[in-house]
Write a protein that binds this ligand. Structure first.
Ligand code: SF4
Ligand code: SF4
Length: 98
């Protein structure tokens, strides 16, 4: 949970699903929207053996299996943690920073 003092102009509420309220500007933004454009997970289909480890490890459910291959169907939600890169023994995943 991120809980910063309001005098800093930023207040976070974990119950609202990672939403940040910018106190000074009285503007609400979705935390995922802030970072979703920064990372782009890519799966090399030719290397993927369909183990599903990346599907299981991703905290924001970026991957789904299609025809026994992992596909980043929710790439816009990627947080850039690279857990998928670490878990993939085939080195089939890269995460680009936009
Ligand atoms: S961890 Fe690698 S090999 Fe396994 S499903 Fe994901 S991309 Fe494919
Ligand atoms: S970098 Fe992290 S958030 Fe992004 S797809 Fe991989 S496991 Fe999911």
């Amino acid at each position: 949970m991120l809980d910063l003092d309001e005098k800093d102009g930023v207040k976070a509420c974990s119950k609202s699903g990672m939403r940040l309220r910018m106190g000074l500007k009285n503007r609400t933004v979705n935390f995922k929207e802030v970072i979703k454009m920064a990372f782009n997970p890519i799966v090399d289909e030719s290397k993927c053996v369909g183990c599903e480890e990346c599907v299981d490890v991703c905290p924001v459910e970026v991957f789904e299996m299609e025809d026994e291959k992992s596909v980043p169907v929710n790439a816009e939600d990627c947080l850039g943690c690279e857990s998928c890169v670490e878990v993939c023994e085939e080195d089939a995943i890269i995460v680009e920073e936009d």
